[in-house]
Each structure stands twice: as C-alpha cells, then as structure tokens.
Design a protein around this ligand. Structure first.
Ligand SMILES: Nc1ncnc2c1ncn2[C@@H]1O[C@H](COP(=O)(O)OP(=O)(O)OP(=O)(O)O)[C@@H](O)[C@H]1O
Length: 330
C-alpha cells in the first residue's frame, strides 16, 4: 500500500485553554485535490502550521510523504518536495519579485518558474512593497509551485485574486491533479471546494465534522423543496425522518431539504393552498450549512460568496517562526 501524501493522526493543539484543533485525523492520498473547509476560527491555519512543523502539537502526529514532522532532520529533507502558500504571504518588502524567487530557487529549485510566470505574471523588477494584494498572492503561487513539489499545502490561496485569475488557478490545480500532484486546500469558500476538490474535510470549532467525497455528499443530500402558500405553514407537519432541514423563510415560504419520501411530503402539503412549488437539486451551500448549523457552530458563519477572510487567529502564544520562514518551502 502506498504511503499517504499527508497523514494526520490525533493532532491536537491547545493555545493555553483555547482549543486550536483537537483529535484531528485525516489521510490524503497522492494525486488528491483535498479540500479543508471551515468557518473563521475553525482551526484550519492551526492545522496547516502543525502539518508543516511551524507549530508544536499538544498531542498527535502528522507526516508528509511518510516523513513525520517531529523527526526534524528527515522532515526538513521532505520539505524540498513540498510547496506552501500561507494564509498571509509575506516576503521581504524591499526586495524585488525576481530576487525573492531567486532566493527560494536557491533553497528548492525553480524548474517551473518561467511556465508559472507566464500563467501568473507579476511585475518582477518591482520591490514586493509595491505589489498589489493580488500580485503578492500570484508571487506566492509561483514560489509554492516552481520547484515542482509533490505536495502543496495552501491556506486560502485565492484571497485577493480577481475572478479571472481565480479561474486560471482552479484550472491549474486540475492540471496538477492530472499530473499526480497532491493539493491540500484550506478554504472557507464553498464554491472553491465544489470547483476543484475530490474530497473535503469539514472542520468546526477545532474538531472534524466529516470527511466526504464531494460527489457522494451531493448525491445523497436530497432535494430542496420550496413552497409558497397564503396559509401559515406549520413546520411540525414536515418533520419526516428524511427531513434534513426545514425552515420558514422571512417571506413565509417553506424551505425543506429532504432526502426522499415524497409521498409523505405531498400528503402534508395537501392541507395547504399552494401558490408556488419548486423542487431543485441541493446546492453545495445547503449541504455544508447543514453541517455548520448543527450543534454549537463555529466562531463565525461559512462564507458562501466572496473570499474576504478574517484573520482572528494571531500568534499571541506559541508564535510561528519569522515571516520569511512562514512563506518558505524549505
Ligand atoms: N496564537 C494563538 N493564540 C491563541 N489562540 C489562537 C492562536 N492561534 C489561533 N488561535 C485560536 O485557535 C482557534 C483556531 O484558529 P485558526 O486560526 O486555526 O482558525 P482558521 O480556521 O484558520 O480561521 P480563519 O479562517 O479565520 O483564518 C481560534 O479559536 C483562534 O482564536
């Protein structure tokens, strides 16, 4: 059996009393495009920092390509086959993009630099200080992939990219998968997961809620039924075992997510006058909302739309290494 590209086993990190992540276990095979989805503060960045050895776990282990992160000598060796896009890519501000890439090339190589720059062009001879947020992000993409890594770990990599560049990046990721590359993509944007991922782990409040095949998740997630009625709809009439979610919308309509039993639904509707009725496939947003709505929820809601991220996970305790190291591959 081949070694997983990424293996996370019982990984736990407490910042004092604050739970970063607890008992996280995830295995990602080589060639997978794996999504890691959670709302703000769920523990995504903590997981990535633990995985790359930038934070020390309270408990548990992680390895990349079979090399455990706590075996420092071996792990440093494997880092030359790993790419990393941090949540907030930072480079030395007064150094040009070209010199920045030269520096990283010296550490791990740059066989794909030109190809990547053609695809994600940046003003190479300007100091990074003068870069827009999007150009900084593109520089981080080029830096993360130019040494042709086998595994790339990315923390919200599309923030700051305009929609066209985002689409180009998604296409690039699909091509990477076709070449056998492994991608671990942390995001709070549902559309991103739907666009590119094969599987997704959903994290909330530091704990794993589910690990699912995207197609399976959608296939067994039933349908969304919306009913407009001049009558006042009683939710209790729609409490079938197959009901995944039922709510009355502000306009008084019923919105039901159901995995089946349409006979019971039709019977229940028989008591109401119907102005309009719509049945549609479950959107991925509905599926994930279901996970997030359960229990105590995250610090914040999941973002179903744009890519604006809130970084509330500072490094008060247990700070990460220096900025340059945060951005480094090796
Ligand atoms: N250095 C730190 N000291 C104390 N608490 C921290 C620290 N870093 C993160 N946390 C807490 O750990 C939890 C997980 O934070 P983390 O940054 O990993 O979440 P995230 O999913 O990456 O969030 P976001 O999407 O907002 O970046 C949060 O409750 C956060 O406040």
């Amino acid at each position: 059996m081949s070694v997983p590209a990424i293996d996370i086993d019982g990984l736990t990190k407490f910042y004092g009393d604050v739970r970063g992540v607890e008992e996280l276990s995830i295995s990602v095979s080589e060639g997978e495009l794996f999504g890691f989805l959670g709302p703000n503060g769920a523990g995504k960045s903590t997981t990535i920092r633990l995985l790359l050895g930038l934070l020390k776990p309270t408990d548990g282990t992680a390895s990349i390509l079979g090399f455990p992160v706590d075996d420092r000598a071996a792990f440093l060796d494997v880092l030359s086959r790993v790419g990393h896009i941090p949540g907030d890519p930072r480079f030395y501000d007064d150094v040009t993009g070209r010199k920045t890439l030269d520096y990283f090339a010296g550490l791990s190589g740059d066989a794909r630099r030109d190809e990547l720059l053609d695809r994600f062009p940046v003003p190479l001879d300007r100091p990074v200080r003068a870069y827009s947020r999007g150009n900084r992000q593109k520089l981080a993409i080029v830096q993360a992939f130019m040494h042709d890594p086998r595994v790339v770990v990315m923390d919200e990599p599309t923030s700051g990219l305009d929609p066209l560049v985002q689409q180009e990046f998604y296409e690039f990721l699909r091509e990477e998968r076709a070449r056998g590359g492994t991608v671990f993509l942390s995001t709070h944007i549902l559309g991103e997961v739907r666009e590119v991922c094969d599987r997704v782990a959903i994290i909330r409040n530091g704990r794993l809620v589910a690990v699912e095949d995207i197609d399976d998740l959608l296939a067994r997630s039933g349908k969304v039924v919306t009913v407009q009625s001049p009558d006042s709809i009683d939710l209790a009439d729609f409490d079938f075992p197959e009901t995944i979610d039922a709510r009355i919308e502000p306009d008084g309509s019923l919105r039901l997510v159901t995995s089946g039993n349409y006979d019971a639904l039709v019977d229940a509707l028989d008591g109401y006058r119907i102005d309009d009725l719509e049945v549609r496939e479950t959107a991925i947003e509905d599926v994930f909302m279901h996970f997030y709505d359960e229990g105590d929820g995250g610090e914040d809601g999941v973002d179903v739309g744009d890519s604006a991220a809130t970084d509330d996970g500072g490094d008060a305790e247990d700070p990460s290494p220096a900025d340059a190291e945060e951005s480094a591959n090796a």
